[in-house]
Design a protein around this ligand. Sequence first.
Ligand code: PLP
Length: 472
Amino acid sequence: MPKYSSSRDLQDGIDVRPQFSRDGAVVDIPRRRMAEQSVDPETAYNVIVDELMLDGHARLNVATFGTTWMEPQAEKLMAEAADKNLVDRDEYPQTAQLEDRCLDIIADFWNAPEPDNPIGCSTIGSSEGCMLAGMALKWRWRDRMKEAGKPTDRPNLVVGANVQVCWHKFCRYWDVEPKEVPIRKGETTMHPEDVAAACDENTIGVIGILGSTFDGAYEDIAGMAKELDRLEIEKGIYVPIHVDAASGGLFAPFVDPELVWDFRLERVQSINASGHKYGLVYPGVGWVLWRNEEARPEDLVFRVDYLGGDHPTMSLNFTKPGSGVVAQYYQFVRLGYDGFKRVHQHSRDIAQMMAQAIGDMEEFELIADASDLPVIAFCFNGANTKSGKPRKDSYAANVQYTLNDVADWMKQGGWAVPAYHFCADREELEIIRIVVRNAFSRDLAEMFLMELGRAVGRCDGTGEDPGRAFRH
Ligand SMILES: Cc1ncc(COP(=O)(O)O)c(C=O)c1O
């Protein structure tokens, strides 16, 4: 292997520049072992800052749903709360209060039947919320089956082929068979009729997604509920819904309040969301709520008294940072309903402007135009067909480069843009996805579009006309 290859790390010792050590002293900091001697905090700080310089710029990363900008006051609050462990409710009763208040606020957004008595907790993110909600589904199914004198050894969970990986993890970790509903050609979310058809008496629940990871589309949760009602009437099989609202849960209540997807639907038993996505907080904070006590089995709750007091805990982690909860409460107080609505509407407006510009390019065809989450997804023009093959004589049928090439050129311009294949059953479809978030301004959007025009020009050899993607 060459001495400098991307698959090896840098040489053993960290190079400490002369300015970073006191009086030019020689400082030895091995990279992968612990040094014998201490170094000054400034030295440690500076060498690490130098190493991190090569990370991309978070705000130019349009691949992530995660929050990449917060106000300085919020950052200050987070730093001030960094030493608080959320599990120490006796030691930090006020931080615990803020968690409870956030749960009240979110229960109200999600139309919980008893918003003053929310049944839920904060989590590290949506994945933890999904694990907890999935366990509740499994426990409740087991109780129902035992009551009916039926076997409980073959639970399954009905998910779309478009679910996020956390549901595959849930199924594997908790020994549940995933029953994947294929996504019909030409569509990107589950069809409600297909959902009901996949269910049987071993189904612990159905996962509906409010804001697909692949293209930001909301699944038709109300449609699924209707089909599952029909299943119950016709076959006597009861199947509850959990809504994975990782991204949509703190977006839709502000910009699509009329959309019925939450606890207004009787069949929805639990919902999760990431505070660190459209909850506008840095990673990692999330939320999970159940409809009522009955939906969240009591034996998922543990009581501990070794931190003082007797507190129920229901999470996979014990120790958890309090700073995310404090920052979530800050955002609720700071922005209020109207502020959240303005921030999210702004993201949607910008995303729709970008979608229009990209849709106008002859090279591309939109898969998602930001009508749900502010997410734009596009493929080569003519690639999104029911047959799975590019339309004859279309751009996609003749193109000599890939979307990965476009993403590579975008990277050279500083932008992190993911190009990937769509979910199972639609793998033939290669797309690029852009997630618009808080602090993505119209100016940034225009710069992005110019870079996209440049990247396409480099790929197809027609020159670097940035104007092809964006004209005033
Ligand atoms: C639909 C969906 N569910 C779950 C997750 C996992 O969320 P987290 O990263 O907060 O654990 C994601 C992350 O993108 C997601 O999009």
